[in-house]
Design a binder for this molecule. Structure first.
Ligand code: ZN
Length: 461
């Protein structure tokens, strides 16, 4: 394939030839070879393909079949009930209602009693916006056999009866409710149209079965992007070049933090098994604990902090020195601004969702959508990184090229932006407009073509 007359990111205006999945030539005036496909870029910006470094594919697919039960779609208890009843009317009897995005600001804490009062005759599960918590009505509790489960994430009342609130039991729940029918092809096609050439699935605790199924979905072309999967150490690499394994994801929860020694030992064991770690840190205490535990266990190349929502200034040198990168969500200050204004303690505000200050300190940074917990559109992330809301330290905003670069890292090296040069893997995102115009039209509608391993997986009409 020959891409003609593109504004190649960081290199200027030229033609780009792709063969066998890699870039073979970047120069002006290349001559079309017999049988070669041609794309006329007409000065459109050609970017290294956008890789979403933190996403949850299956959960995102499930939201396509779910009802949004939190802000901004639903803000009050009345709206919550109305939306639930509407979903009930539309569904066949016996089908589950799967609600997402719930937050206590809507109708207070949810448990089986609250849900039973609203909808007792059909199984209902409602996910908290953080993704940490599922809230089930009694029929749902019965169907998944909750009463006989003694996992630590099952909340119980004083009589020992489950309240219907399940923390961190996503996989357990997934095994009991058939969620395999979810349509990953739709997620993939939507992302391709937004210029996304790869995903890193950051779902914790994926099993060999989960990974093999995902690899199969990639292999048969239902997912057209590359997929890099975070996985526990015992999972082995699936076949097929487009599906690879990444670090082991570790979740932390402020109400249930692991003892320090235990945590450091766990990190050490994962490293010893040949894996890096990706530790979920959304609070100051989670970050500080992780830093101390990594200091004790020793850092391995590829170790990363997921989110890094609160990073103290005094840690920046450590992050740079240890080459621990941060995979952040610049769009959360926009999407969750209202909540942060109300809930984030004043002392955390200066350290909230750092971006420019991390880069300025030499820390490796990449971006991920965290969809479905954040918007899946990378252009929303880029917009938020460039036009940061003034009340959340506008000084943390970055330039457009820098914001885009947060998506340029290779799956296993997220904070090192790839470049379009001879020999580079041909994962590319072509925009229909030059850089100057792109700055004014930051949205998926400017994506002209998405190319994965030299194959066009999306072309705008
Ligand atoms: Zn996540």
């Amino acid at each position: 394939m020959l891409i003609r007359d593109a504004e190649v990111f960081g290199s200027g205006r030229m033609d780009v030839r792709i063969r066998g999945g890699v870039v073979t030539e970047c120069a002006t005036g290349l001559v079309r070879l017999p049988g070669e496909d041609e794309i006329y870029a007409s000065g459109g910006w050609l970017l290294p393909g956008l890789h979403d470094h933190h996403i949850h594919l299956r959960s995102l697919a499930a939201t396509y079949e779910s009802v949004a039960l939190g802000p901004p779609q639903v803000r009050t208890a009345t709206e919550f009930a109305a939306r639930l009843w509407e979903a009930d009317r539309k569904l066949q009897p016996g089908k589950w209602i799967r609600g997402t995005g719930y937050h206590e600001s809507v109708a207070g804490p949810l448990d089986r009693a609250v849900l039973d009062r609203l909808l007792p005759h059909r199984p209902v599960r409602v996910q908290h916006r953080t993704g940490v918590l599922w809230q089930l009505n009694s029929m749902a509790c019965d169907l998944v056999g909750l009463d006989s489960n003694d996992a630590s994430g099952v909340e119980r009342d004083e009589t020992g009866r489950p309240t219907g609130r399940l923390r961190r039991l996503d996989s357990w729940l997934g095994e009991r409710i058939d969620s395999r029918t979810t349509d990953l092809a739709a997620v993939s096609a939507t992302a391709a149209a937004m210029g996304v050439t790869g995903f890193t699935d950051a779902t914790p605790g994926l099993t060999q079965g989960d990974i093999d199924r995902l690899a199969e979905t990639v292999d048969c072309g239902r997912i057209v992007q590359r997929v890099h999967c975070m996985a526990p150490p015992e999972v082995t690499e699936p076949e097929g070049a487009r599906c690879t394994l990444g670090p082991t994801k570790i979740l932390l929860d402020d109400v249930d933090l692991p003892p320090f020694d235990e945590f450091a030992d766990r990190l050490r064991a994962i490293h010893a098994a040949g894996r890096a770690v990706a530790v979920h840190c959304v609070t100051r205490v989670q970050f500080v604990l992780t830093m101390a535990a990594l200091e004790r266990a020793g850092v391995r190349a590829g170790d990363r902090i997921e989110h890094g929502a609160v990073i103290p200034e005094e840690s920046l040198d450590w992050l740079r020195g240890q080459r621990v990168s941060v995979v952040t969500q610049p769009h959360f200050v926009v999407e969750r601004g209202e909540q942060y204004r109300d809930e984030v303690p004043a002392e955390d505000l200066p350290d909230l969702w750092r971006l420019r200050s991390l880069l300025a300190a030499g820390v490796g940074v990449a971006a991920g959508s965290d969809a479905p917990f954040g918007a899946s559109d990378p252009w929303q992330v880029v917009r938020a990184a460039v036009h940061r809301p003034p009340e959340f330290h506008a000084a943390e905003a970055v330039s457009l090229p820098t914001a885009l670069s947060l998506f340029f890292g290779a799956p296993d090296s997220p904070a090192t932006p790839r470049r379009i040069t001879r020999g580079a893997v041909a994962d590319l995102t072509l925009l229909s407009v030059p850089p100057k115009e792109a700055a004014h039209r930051l949205g998926a509608e400017i994506v002209a073509a998405t190319i994965v391993a030299g194959d066009p997986v999306y072309r705008a009409r």
